[in-house]
Ligand binder design. Structure first.
Ligand code: UDP
Ligand code: MG
Length: 212
């Protein structure tokens, strides 16, 4: 840092808004990304248990918003049925509200950002991920898992699954590539059995271990 005399006359926006601040709380955010059925939700539960993060699934928040009877409910429901991506202002508002409401300061954001628009809009909130956990899995295996889980979801049918795969490849993979270029992606082989995948996840989260 220079002396006061060397300080630039114009203060950039970046310096005005402190990074990773949410109100008066400094947060740590990890994005958990991967195709539908890659095991994001399952592994997030494990991470919560072992490393004290709070799990925020963007899809779950949107489904709760539908159930709550909000004015956006019908729009969100139609997008989910088609495997399309909900406009980022809706999803970001839900994520921000959830982070403010929760007293924790470490969050796993699961299934978001899903496209470049999501990513850029979230970046404008001045919160950036510590890293991106990417669950890599073949479509064949993901399809098998999605058709095998019986959660009554409107989008777990073969027709919507195919659309979700297409959206993942076309819209979500570029987000992962964006963060990869910044060396922020930690890629996991997600085709293995759950406990084996978690062994790899654990190694990545070790620096975030709960103080016991
Ligand atoms: N969705 C969205 N924006 C998000 C997260 C989810 O629009 O940030 C919608 C999208 O239609 C997606 C659906 O919710 O296909 C289900 O997402 P979720 O992450 O629950 O399921 P996954 O694809 O991981 O199985
Ligand atoms: Mg999920």
């Amino acid at each position: 840092m220079g002396t006061v005399v060397d300080a630039p006359a114009v203060v950039t926006e970046k310096e005005v808004v402190a990074e990773n601040m949410l109100g008066d709380k400094k947060v740590t955010v990890v994005f958990v990304l991967g195709g539908p059925g890659s095991g994001k939700g399952t592994q997030c539960s494990n991470i919560v248990e072992h490393f004290g993060f709070t799990h925020l699934s963007a899809g779950d928040l949107l489904r709760a918003e539908i159930k709550s009877g909000s004015e956006n409910g019908t729009m969100i429901e139609n997008m989910i049925k088609e495997g399309k991506i909900v406009p980022s202002e809706v999803t970001i508002k839900l994520l921000q509200q959830a982070m403010i409401k929760n007293e924790n300061d470490k969050f796993l954001i699961d299934g978001f950002p899903r496209n470049e628009e999501n990513r850029a809009a979230f970046e404008n909130t001045k919160i950036s991920p510590a890293f991106v956990l990417f669950f890599n899995c073949s479509e064949e295996e993901m399809e098998r898992r999605l058709l095998g889980r019986n959660e009554g979801r409107v989008d777990d049918n073969i027709e919507t699954i195919r659309k979700r795969f297409k959206v993942f490849v076309e819209s979500s993979l570029p987000v992962i590539e964006y963060y990869d270029a910044k060396d922020k992606v930690k890629k996991i082989d997600a085709a293995k059995p759950i406990p084996e995948v978690f062994e790899d996840v654990k190694a990545i989260f070790a620096p975030y271990a709960k103080a016991t």
